[in-house]
Ligand binder design. Structure first.
Ligand code: 9LJ
Length: 232
């Protein structure tokens, strides 16, 4: 049984990424708002576009702290951001949903989201994903590294130097793999399960345009940044 050991450099890398991930989070907590009041479909849609817009802004700031990201070709940096923004948003939403809350709060939050204006057909796949993320009980380092691995996906549209992105992603995957073995020694398949969630995440993200345009209201307004990032 080979001894899994995180090197000093990998330890430093993990700290940089986890600190940046925690630093670059949206200030106002959307879960708290949703738990406090019930909003109309219009108000919820506006809240979503505000959350998503600031989520993209914090994502840009976060990527600047990924060692090696700024050394990538500038256009490839943009392609990676554009290609991962929706997945990062659902990953963040899943992590918000999976947070430990006082008893009964998760149920209220789920109910509020079910009634927020999202079309029925997307509710089940979305909550299936959220619950499968919750079951993993990720530590914050795993959450930060999983988001980083998602951003560093080489086969996003328009990425020119895929090898450079692949090298960076492999560096992060190696740290994540070791961390999973050390954090979940009783579950050798944990790392594989974690990566399996990224497949579910990509599938869910394919629905995002449909989810937005089918929000139960008329006249869906988007911010210019969201028009850039979302295919709306
Ligand atoms: N965007 C975004 C975002 C960024 C950071 C943190 C949470 C975010 N998510 C959000 O604000 C939305 C709210 C926005 C108001 C109306 C109800 C959903 N959201 C989503 C959800 C994101 C997208 C799409 Cl199409 C459907 C749903 N799944 C959530 C799960 C949670 F537990 C949670 F609290 C909030 C959640």
């Amino acid at each position: 049984k080979e001894k899994v050991e995180i090197t000093k450099e990998q330890q430093a890398l993990m700290k940089i990424i986890t600190d940046a991930y925690n630093r670059h989070q949206i200030p106002q907590d959307v879960a708290k708002k949703l738990l406090q009041d019930q909003y109309s479909a219009e108000e919820n849609f506006l809240l979503l576009t505000e959350m998503a817009t600031s989520q993209v802004q914090v994502l840009v700031e976060f990527t600047k702290n990924i060692p090696g990201f700024l050394s990538l070709d500038r256009e490839d940096q943009i392609a990676l951001l554009k290609g991962s923004a929706v997945e990062a948003m659902f990953l963040r939403s899943a992590q918000v949903f999976s947070r430990k809350m006082p008893s009964g709060h998760t149920e209220v939050l789920e109910e509020r989201i079910r009634k927020s204006g999202i079309s029925e057909e997307f509710i089940t796949p979305m909550f299936n994903f959220y619950k499968s993320i919750g079951e993993l009980h990720m530590v914050q380092e795993e959450q930060a590294l999983l988001t980083t691995v998602t951003i560093l996906t080489p086969d996003r549209p328009y990425v020119k130097d895929q090898q450079a992105v692949e090298r960076l992603q492999e560096t992060m995957l190696d740290v994540l793999r070791k961390l999973c073995v050390l954090q979940h020694p009783q579950e050798p398949q944990y790392f594989a399960r974690l990566l399996g969630r990224l497949t579910e995440l990509r599938t869910l993200s394919h629905y995002h345009t449909e989810m937005l345009v089918s929000w139960r209201m008329n006249d869906h307004k988007f911010t210019p940044l969201l028009c850039e990032i979302w295919d709306v």
